[in-house]
Design a protein around this ligand. Sequence first.
Ligand code: ARG
Ligand code: ZN
Length: 891
Amino acid sequence: TAIHRADYVAPAYWIDTVDLSFDLDPTKTRVLNKMTLRRNPDVAAQALRLDGEELNLARVLVNGQGTSFKMDGNQLVLENLPEGTEPFSLEIFTTTCPAKNTKLMGLYVSNDSFFTQCEAEGFRRITYFLDRPDVMAMYTVTLRADKAKYPVLLSNGNLVEHGDLDEGRHFAKWVDPHKKPAYLFALVAGQLVAREQRITARNGKEHLLQVYVRPGDLDKTEHAMNSLMASVAWDEARFGLPLDLERFMIVATSDFNMGAMENKGLNIFNTKYVLANQATATDVDYANIESVVGHEYFHNWTGNRITCRDWFQLSLKEGLTVFRDQEFSQDLCADPSARAVKRIEDVRVLRTAQFPEDAGPMAHPVRPDSYIEISNFYTVTIYEKGAEVVRMMQTLTSRAGFAKGMTLYFERFDGQAVTCDDFAQAIADANPGSALANLLPQFKRWYSQAGTPRVGARGTYDAEAQTYTLHFTQSCAPTSGQPSKQPYVIPILLGLVGGTSGQTLALHAQDGPGEAYSNYLFVVSEESASITFTHIQEEPVPSILRGFSAPVVLDFEYTDAQLLTLLANDPDPFNRWEAGQRLALRSAIKQIAAHADPAGAGGLNDAYIAAMRSVLRHPTLDAAFKELVLTLPSETYIAEQLDVVDPQRIHTVREAMRLQLATALQVDWEWAYEAHHDNGAYSPDPLSSGRRALAGMALTYLCLAAVQSGDAVWPGKVLQRFKDASNMTDRFNALSALVGSGHALAVPALARFHAMFKDEALVLDKWFALQAGAPDRGGQILPAVRQLLTHADFSIRNPNRARSVIFSYCSANPGGFHRPDAAGYVFWADRVMELDSINPQVAARLARALDRWKKLADPYRNAAREALARVAAKADLSNDVREVVDRALAD
Ligand code: ARG
Ligand code: ZN
């Protein structure tokens, strides 16, 4: 049954303190929960209803006395509680079985250690509680366990006592000095070792930073620790937010549903986002670790100090914190080009994952109005679109203005559970007179309306008057439950590039201030609007939506020549990249629509090829940017532009385009490889990782060209490169080049790679993912994937491993997955159902692989519907999967 935002009511009771004692045992852990509660005087007197799930209840005492209680579904109901608003104590004793907890929510066992995951509603799997974020309490936690098996005992806050007990057991007592909602509770127990770092903050306070891992992984913790230190320094420098704890711990586990979790003072991470050394992790892994460590650390203020009133406000903490981690990663870049690269990467995620979500059956506003299972709403809309909404607020108030807004937000709400409205109001109030303050109610439609707005733009040049006018319109397609949308506030950062000169033109807005700008922020808040610039001496090419200043689709009928002008001259790196993407997309769509055999010529015209050559050979552009420009739009992104999708045709067309780039630029790729492959000692900084990325791309294209021509030189060289590589980035890029080209040398290379890294779980994940995600040539991928499932190293219970095979195939390999014989969908349905009985959260993510089935051409469409219907018909489906497939099948 659905839960609605409009139904929010404050809790009938407050829980002020919680004293938890755990006797940890994998098969039967005992939990004694002693709370102090009081009635909330603002709410009518009523029974206390505590959430609980899969718990064995042994005892309930109120003020030390036995009491009557009843069960109502999963809730423990206490009706005879003391009257009045005086505090009373409630003691609940339960047991659970962490070893059987395959959902990885609540308390579970991974590699013989105990971990918890409580967000969003996992605490109720540990004890009976008011498991909602607006109930904030002070926690004291005592952990008892076998000392030999579980030498390390951790919980939130400060360690106040520890010592030995009888029978080889020991204990540790932790007190968290900050009150917190239950979803931020954590405990960890096991054989772990820590890298430690003491730091002194600006105010002279000392802090202990620790990164806990399994023994043997300590040599992979340096980068995480460096990222944590950089995060602490950044939040203090940029937002004046210091670390508020004596001790800050990160613990890595290899069994984790998501990326990481910001439990107060005790962040728990998927190993994927902690462990790295140059032999086992790629540049991308290094960058991800930096941003996830930052993200969880930044939650300490945005999420923990100020939390969400209810889960509909999830983007209050997630959108804001993603924005903060994006800014952090950008600020760590020494040069502006690297900042732009990061922005392009972030936008690419938004457009290939969030735009489809916004147009599909799971479309929801950044602040949803209802949900069935909250776990399904940890989405790219809440996170990435939410971050764009925060970014627009910064654009509308300036960087300094936004920082002032953050300060006001903390002045007003520190220690409270609040709403997205509260946040937006604080940013606006700190910036009176700003476009945000002036348009706040309209601006907040970004929170309430689902769907991606489209902005249409058209330019008219008056040569005689030397004026150029841009006309804008906006619209947004209906989404489920929202048939018509109101206009959004859309900040459009723009510039003009001389159509003949290629020069940046000075911008004098007709009704604006006298000053000239090279960038102009035009805020569209009506269905249509226009702006005129004067003193424009040549017909310009407009560069609209610079830096992707709003999460919209921009429709402007550029000519090829105009796009080539922008690609060569736009000083805004985002739009320069975008011009290349538009050109490639245009060729792809033309080829897809053509009646000709799509497997024939690539369809990229000479001008495009020449432009790509100039970018590749450009003397000053940096390698990371070149690599982005030379990457064709993904199959998913191409599919989003079409009303009817034939995935095989898209795949064939894009593969032909790749082959064309490979052969037409072969000598350039040879040059690019030679010029970029030697990076000296390994460092994951943006500059050298950009060079590695471009060298790796060169190898990919050289292998493709070699397979086409039958030439053996480059594949041989790539194999050698694979063997000799001194870091995982180069090694994996060489391996991917061989596997991606389908060359026979891929087979021994894969075998060698497996033998080299058989004890490195995260590297094996790459090995599995590479094979499951490889380009399909004649339908060989699905049988290969089925084979991988029987591999001794495969386990469907480990989320990382399941994702590396099953998701890499179903969600990241459209050419392999969408088979005319429907076998891909049959495989998908079987895996969704298999996973659902183990881990519904992971299953529900997989279920979303068919979100866009209605756009598919037949025979895919019908086959996809049948597969969805087969899953929907399963009797004992989880709420998680049920919500996803029911929404997919609804019309
Ligand atoms: N708050 C975490 C983060 O974004 C995500 C945890 C979500 N976990 C879950 N099981 N839904 O950093
Ligand atoms: Zn987060």
